[in-house]
Design a protein around this ligand. Sequence first.
Ligand code: CAA
Length: 373
Amino acid sequence: MSFSQIGVVGLGIMGAGIVEVFARAEYQVFGVAESALAVDAGKSNLAKSLARAVSKGKLSQEQSDEITARVTFGEDFALLADCDLVIEAAPEILSLKLDIFSKLDAAVKPSGILATNTSSLSVTEIANATSRPAKVVGMHFFNPAPVQKFVEVISTNHSDGEVVSQIVEIGNSLGKHLARISDQPGFIVNKLLLRYLNHAVQILDSGQASKEQMDAAMRELSGYPMGPCELLDLIGIDTCVEILKTIHADTQLEIDEPATGMVKLVSAGNKGRKSGSGFYDYSEKLEIPTDPNQDIKDQVHNDLLIAYLGDCIAMAATGYATKADIDSGMKLGCGLPEGPFEVIASLGIEKVRAAQVELSERTGIATYQPLSV
Ligand code: CAA
């Protein structure tokens, strides 16, 4: 099957980014959202991202116009009828996704593949909302979708192997690096990333460090492109809370319960960049001051890094994902300068294990203990 027409449902930051990725790769794209307002927001998200690339000299105005011309926006699912692949990028609410998939099932031609960009929800449950579960997969992009080069391809027990291979082929045609994973809460990257982000807010809630200290620590001492609070604001704190709830329902571990600081911000409507404020205020250009308190930065950097490395070791040791996919996911999905197993190789596994023991004993949290395999 050759793919030429691609549909995207949901035109928030992720949906509009996915539209851009496909339109840049010369696919004909149909972007659908539930209201005229949401369609306008999608158009504006695409226009802003292209204008940014033009202003940086990465695209000519002519290329930007060609990309825009490949996209048709609208509110009607009938627009998606002839699409070979439709990707859903709606908010992380299962009932909403189930409703969208049952509508897509009715609207899209029977040979069309339906994919969800869910960050953690069960792709199997979503597939079950259709009459074509063999043609339903997860295709999980990272924010900003035009920038991050990693995509997780999630298959369920129902997925047709041929369909999964076609999705991998399409992903390659977008210039993305793909990793295949079975349907598990948080897949590879979010399972690791969200626990790390939650850990940061737990530290913040405990008063041990400020958000600025934590963000400075991870940027300065590990070279991360963003600190945890900045990243929570980029992803959307509401989305992060929803992902954590799904992961927590699976693990039942206290450390996966969404941290109070996040839940409070969401209740107050402070969802991050998309709502104008979250941990930080975005009414002006964000400038995070560097913090001179090196001891606090060293401590939070140690704690966040060691807990995360321990999770990566456990993920690989239990056969959940390969070390290579974990390294690629964290580097190409989140822009980290090194993959966790590269960091472990340079620190030395014995040093990491000793630091895990120290962290577990100091905090009283057994999950931080090294896995005995
Ligand atoms: N849309 C399109 N392009 C964008 C962009 C956007 N919103 N933001 C930045 N860019 C591009 C810029 O045009 C620039 O491209 P060039 O190098 O080709 O010029 C590049 O990204 C770098 O941009 P800037 O120099 O302006 O900004 P930066 O260096 O501060 O990088 C960043 C911005 C790319 C967002 C970087 O900070 C980063 O990688 N942060 C980590 C983001 C991350 O972890 N994402 C994954 C989150 S998890 C997720 O998404 C999954 C989920 O389900 C929750």
